[in-house]
Ligand binder design. Structure first.
Ligand SMILES: C[S@@+](CC[C@H](N)C(=O)[O-])C[C@H]1O[C@@H](n2cnc3c(N)ncnc32)[C@H](O)[C@@H]1O
Length: 311
């Protein structure tokens, strides 16, 4: 695919269409953590999990195929009845459990069709602490139904001991009616251009997320790519530097890319060769360029806030 200068969608050049062992491996026997750290494993998660060491994952971000018909390059996922989707989810979640540290957290994505099965399976193995709903602006309108503009992310922990760095994921919002007490701003600050803002605690409704599109540098051809900003929130909240972040359905590589940018270690599994190549290219770039759109100077900005309220 040719791109215009405004279209920033990542493409692969001919010399980027092969794997480098530095990034992409396959796993066919029991491995040690050092064998797989910071690698993309290019094969099915179902053929991989048994070979991974126990107790090595601090944080999981899992974005499995949702329970809808979907083509991921050469991989076709077919909608199932809800019981079958529950069994599919149980198959990878149950294998993953022993790979997690005692204090690990797990985030699992779904939509309104998949969420009931996800909730059932996750609560069998973990403490389900919340369900984040994020607004996705993309989506087709429907004449006889409401357009689907939301996705769910279940937030679970392996035990009652877990990392939650709330201060790192506050959302900077403009204050519409700045209130003063004794002449001084109450819970808000002046931005450099005179705008008033407040850093607010994160809620379980995220409206500041933009799904990658063609003019964003992080955009790839993957049909269900998650935004780096979304991953940045999750990684900052639920892991610390050098922790190991694991993604069993890596897709275009977003989780590992953000882990690289935020100094976490990472392992991702992706079945499709072409997406592994895209992830490899993104990882190479992430070593040079640590910027994350929507997260600047340690601050998460409201959607489309620009930097006009930057101090
Ligand atoms: C919803 S997408 C993940 C997108 C990813 N979060 C991103 O930001 O690009 C699901 C991915 O799982 C992959 N997949 C499907 N079945 C798989 C399996 N058995 N093992 C590993 N990956 C699989 C698909 O090829 C697809 O790329």
């Amino acid at each position: 695919m040719e791109t215009t200068s405004r279209n920033k969608t990542l493409t692969l050049h001919d010399d980027e269409k092969s794997f480098s062992e530095e990034y992409v491996i396959s796993v066919t026997k029991n491995t040690r953590r050092t064998d797989i750290e910071n690698k993309i494993v290019c094969q099915s998660v179902f053929d991989t999990l048994d070979f991974l060491p126990n107790n090595f994952i601090n944080l999981v971000f899992a974005d499995p195929p949702y329970n809808i018909d979907k083509k991921f390059n050469d991989v076709v996922f077919k909608k199932m009845d809800i019981q079958s989707y529950e069994a599919y989810t149980e198959a990878w979640v149950s294998k993953l459990k022993s790979k997690l540290t005692h204090d690990a957290s797990l985030y699992v994505c779904g939509d309104w069709r998949s969420s009931p099965a996800l909730h059932t399976v996750l609560s069998r193995h973990f403490i389900v602490r919340n369900r984040i709903t994020f607004e996705r602006e993309k989506g087709r309108g429907a004449k006889t139904n409401y357009k689907n503009c939301s996705e769910d992310i279940f937030f679970c922990t392996n035990s009652n001991t877990y990392t939650f760095n709330v201060e790192t994921v506050k959302l900077r919002k403009k204050v519409i009616a700045p209130y003063r007490e004794n002449g001084k701003p109450k819970d808000w600050k002046h931005g450099f251009d005179g705008t008033s803002y407040r850093d607010t605690f994160p809620s379980n409704i995220w409206t500041d997320i933009t799904i990658p599109f063609w003019s964003m540098k992080e955009n790839t051809e993957h049909p269900t790519q998650k935004p780096e900003k979304l991953l940045a929130k999750i990684l900052l909240a639920s892991s610390n530097e050098n922790d190991l972040v694991f993604d069993p359905f890596l897709g275009s590589g977003t989780t590992s890319v953000v882990a690289e940018k935020l100094n976490r270690r990472h392992v991702g599994i992706e079945i499709d060769r072409h997406y592994c190549l895209i992830a490899q290219k993104r990882l190479r770039q992430a070593k040079e360029d640590k910027r994350i759109q929507g997260y600047t100077d340690g601050v998460f900005w409201e959607r489309n806030a620009g930097n006009n309220i930057k101090q």
